[in-house]
Design a protein. Structure first.
Lengths: 534, 388
């Protein structure tokens, strides 16, 4: 870590008396430092959550209970999901936003630099609460990340720790969102109108609104859970006049926008990488913006498609089916636009482009199986089976992780000042995409054949595909260590990166030297119409 | 031959192979339900399941066509428009006509899907005019069935996983229907419209049988309904499909579909058994007699959490061996079994067990392992404590 930052140290003293060492990181208000911390935090959580998924896959290698007890298994699947969603994916894209938004918009920093520091430093306590809950009496919550009562009311103190972790993470997200919205709306360089700003900024603008609208709802839901658990309320207890399904409505009213909170910034990253390596501007910028806004809006009106089998009325099932089908339209528009961006370009396949293409491939599969699941009559067969597990891993891992890697390799030269090892990067991509499909594609078949999700042991006809899936998962997991090697190498040295290392890249971030100096754009840069749209 | 087909042989290690051989031998002569590498939904055995099956096939082909179309275009581009081949980039970046086209065309396709999807769903949700109704109650972790109408009206029993712990822990060869077998399946007649009322006594469970495309949450305090009309005799297996705690993976749903005659005979036999086994609260039990009965009740209802050894799985599931409560006054002990402990997984067994069973299980716990109190508890004592 130090090596890469020695380059920055020259101008650290810019304001005279900046602290050094650990205090530099604790007190920093610099968007690049904070972005770096977000990215490292998310990668560490990614490894923790990933290790938990390997516990799950190890247990599922063969039928029977081999390594962990059923209750520990439930804790693993719960923490795996909570850590991956709230600890790994979301902070990763906030990290990208911190690093790149000011550079893309020509702003000197984020709008609220001190709040930015606080947003980040809320994360480690939340992470400690979540992972620490494994070690308290009764262990962590074993309810699945959906925390459905009354099961969650039965849990021990680990459940309360998860509730408080969610509260803290929510606060962090809301502060981060306010910061991002203000930065995007107020700190753009003169001449950069909203419809000329980079696509990544657009996706984050919509995402930040989704976060502000949905995180308080989750906080409310878990607070009601907390009072049901400890203070005698009966929001979710039928015996006291409440309804357990009410929790599900509230949870998914947050939970569905959450899916797009994760996916939209990923769309943004890919919308930069694909044009850069196609050497051709993004096709259909305006329709992309409308599609993002439409997805963001519709995402609030489809929540009960997660609840088709809870006994909601027929009319409810029909409405939510239609609304869910509708969301396929703007999502399709985005895919068609990306494909057309590549059409008649001059394509080259460096690592960022490979990951962007991997994203497109996997996300399209995940989107199409989403169409299958949207059909209520079919979903009755597939709800709570491995088909759903396969579907959302295609959307989440592809939608978020692959595009995060596309962004990482794309901007790594800007961050470290060195080119990364291209062969290792490509190896990382090929291992990832092959093992990902080995791990998750067979799960479609398991789900169709009727294997429920969230079970530690299964009937024998599911053995073969589970073993294949397990081999894929271990291969995928260990392949991710390669990215550590690549990043450390680039931090230590390697070929010097030019200010603009990719010939097809556009945008203000490439007008500053590599590595980006500690302070950039103290005066608003001139905005070149020709390079608009990133 | 059966051995080479048996899935258990696909693993490695000689112990596993030996176990596989045994399992393979067991599978000889029976229909091999173990269908490895299954790629599609289970064969439908009801009208609803066929609707879901056909709808899935249709949508599946549709998405395959869309996928091949989009990635066909993309692949051509990846091949033909490469920089390394010297392709020069075009500069177009907007076209309102195609944008409208690829908004409207998918929309029309979705509307076309929505029609069969709607009619299928409406048919699948029509629970009116059933031939018979059964209530299925989810418990942590078993199903309770109660026949409300029809020949078997009044019959009620628990349906518990029949797979042994030894099989689960790998100490015994796994049977053909490993984890998908119960002691007493739900028995229904073929070609009759069976309405299921699902509810739960503790947390949310889900009653699901893929062959009938039936899957409905069992929500405590509420009743949900669903239905099926099984078209073929046979045994159909499903599993709880909503995470319900520790043994969520161990509460299968097994439905036996039989002919009308067999069903009537079964119902008559069950009624006779129930009449014979009717509880006599005034019966006075001896220690040995009660211990034998209590152990049975304990194994079915308590051992999953408190363990056969009485050691529990602390802290969530406390030990009963040497427990303060079990060694203390029997009234408190009986009351916690009857009423459960709010905020924990300890259910109120008063609703599930009769006075004889509660008395037996409490007495068993007070005498088993190192507890050895020598007490006998009479059903009348339990009856006196109910509702207090």
């Amino acid at each position: 870590m130090n090596a890469s930052h020695t380059a920055h140290h020259d101008d650290l003293g810019h304001h005279g008396h900046a602290p050094t060492g650990i205090m530099r990181w604790i007190t920093t208000t610099n968007h690049k430092d904070i972005g770096t911390m977000y990215l490292w935090f998310s990668f560490i959580m990614f490894l923790v959550g990933g290790a938990m998924s390997l516990v799950i896959r190890a247990e599922l290698m063969q039928p029977g209970i081999q390594y962990v007890s059923p209750e520990f298994y439930n804790q693993m699947l719960t923490l795996h999901a909570l850590i991956m969603v709230f600890g790994a994916i979301m902070p990763a894209f906030v990290g990208f936003a911190n690093w790149m938004l000011p550079l893309m918009l020509g702003a000197p920093d984020m709008a609220f630099a001190r709040m930015n520091n606080w947003s980040f430093w809320l994360l480690p306590p939340a992470a400690i609460l979540l992972t620490g809950s494994l070690f308290v009496p009764g262990g962590a919550a074993g309810t699945g990340w959906t925390l459905y009562p009354p099961l969650s009311v039965q849990m021990g103190i680990g459940m309360d720790m998860a509730i408080f972790a969610v509260h803290i993470l929510g606060m962090s997200s809301i502060m981060g969102s306010i910061n991002i919205i203000t930065t995007i709306l107020n700190l753009r360089t003169p001449g950069m109108t909203l419809m000329k700003m980079p696509m990544f900024a657009w996706t984050w603008l919509v995402t930040a609104f989704l976060l502000i609208a949905s995180m308080p709802i989750l906080a409310g839901a878990v607070t009601m859970l907390l009072t049901d658990r400890h203070f005698g309320t009966s929001f979710f207890a039928a015996a006291g006049g409440g309804d357990p399904v009410l929790f599900q409505h509230i949870f998914w009213f947050f939970g569905h926008p959450e899916v797009y909170i994760i996916a939209l910034p990923a769309f943004g990253v890919v919308s930069h990488v694909i044009p850069a390596f196609s050497r051709k501007p993004l096709f259909g910028y305006v329709s992309m913006v409308y599609a993002i806004a439409a997805i963001g809006l519709i995402s609030f009106f489809v929540w009960a498609h997660h609840m088709y089998v809870t006994g909601i009325p027929l009319t409810g099932q029909l409405y939510f089916m239609y609304a869910t089908l509708l969301i396929a339209v703007p999502t399709g528009v985005k895919v068609f636009n990306w494909v057309t961006t590549m059409w008649r370009g001059a394509l080259s396949f460096e690592t960022p482009m490979l990951f962007a293409l991997g994203f497109l491939f996997l996300f399209t599969i995940g989107g199409l199986t989403g169409l299958v699941l949207a059909i209520t009559a079919v979903d009755i067969q597939l709800q709570d089976t491995y088909y759903v597990v396969a579907h959302f891993h295609y959307v989440m891992v592809a939608g978020a992780l692959f595009s995060a890697y596309a962004g990482l390799y794309y901007w790594l030269p800007k961050w470290t000042g060195h080119m990364y090892n291209e062969s290792l990067g490509k190896l990382h991509f090929w291992l990832s995409i092959v093992f990902f499909n080995v791990a998750f594609f067979p799960q479609h078949f398991l789900g169709l054949a009727g294997m429920p999700r969230r079970i530690p042991d299964y009937a024998q006809q599911f053995t073969d595909f589970n073993m294949v899936s397990g081999i894929g998962a271990f291969g995928f997991g260990f392949s991710q260590l390669l990215v550590l090697v690549v990043v450390f190498q680039a931090m230590k040295g390697g070929a010097k990166a030019a200010a603009k290392p990719w010939d097809g890249a556009t945008g203000l971030e490439w007008t500053v030297p590599s590595p980006a100096p500690h302070h950039t754009f103290e005066d608003p840069p001139p905005f070149d119409q020709a390079t608009a749209h990133g | 031959m059966a051995i080479s087909k048996s899935k258990s042989c696909r693993g490695w290690g000689s112990a596993r192979l030996a176990r596989g051989l045994t399992a393979g031998a067991l599978a000889l002569g029976t229909e091999l339900a173990v269908a490895a590498w299954e790629l599609n939904l289970q064969p439908p055995v009801s009208a609803g399941a066929r609707l879901a099956y056909d709808l899935h096939t249709m949508v599946m082909w549709l998405i395959v066509v869309i996928f091949v179309g989009v990635f066909g275009v993309l692949s051509y581009s990846l091949y033909a428009h490469r920089k390394s081949k010297g392709h020069k980039p075009a500069d177009f970046h907007d076209n309102t006509t195609v944008e409208i086209l690829w908004t409207v065309v998918p929309f029309i396709i979705l509307v076309l899907i929505a029609f069969p999807a709607t009619t299928s769903l409406v048919a699948m949700r029509d629970t009116s005019q059933p031939d018979m109704t059964v209530k299925a109650t989810g418990y942590q972790w078993k199903w309770g069935y109660e026949y409300l109408t029809g020949d078997a009206a009044g019959i009620k029993y628990m349906s518990v996983l029949a797979t042994t712990q030894d099989q689960i822990k790998g100490l015994a060869p796994k049977g053909e229907h490993y984890l998908l077998e119960v002691d007493k399946p739900l028995v229904v007649p073929v070609n009759q419209k069976v309405r299921i009322l699902a509810t739960s006594a503790d947390v949310i469970h889900n009653w699901s049988v893929p062959a009938f495309a039936v899957k409905t949450d069992a929500v405590p305090g509420f009743v949900r309904d669903t239905w099926f009309r099984a078209e073929k005799e046979g045994t159909y297996r499903g599993q709880c499909s909503e995470l319900c705690g520790k043994d969520h993976g161990f509460m299968p749903v097994v439905v036996e579909v039989v002919s009308a005659e067999k069903y009537a005979a079964w119902a008559a036999e069950q009624k006779k058994l129930m009449a014979a086994g009717a509880e006599d609260v005034s019966k006075v039990w001896t220690l040995a007699e009660q211990q034998a009965h209590g152990e049975k009740v304990y194994t079915t209802n308590c051992a999953a959490c408190h363990q056969p050894t009485g050691q529990g799985l602390p802290p969530a599931f406390p030990a009963l061996d040497g427990s303060k409560l079990v060694k203390g006054p029997k009234q408190a002990h009986i009351q916690i079994v009857l009423n459960g402990k709010p905020g924990t997984a300890m259910a109120a067994f008063g609703a599930q067990l009769n006075d004889t069973d509660v008395a037996a299980v409490v007495a068993y716990e007070r005498n088993a392992w190192s507890n050895k109190s020598g007490e006998v508890i009479q059903p009348a004592e339990v009856k006196a404590l109910r509702g207090k």
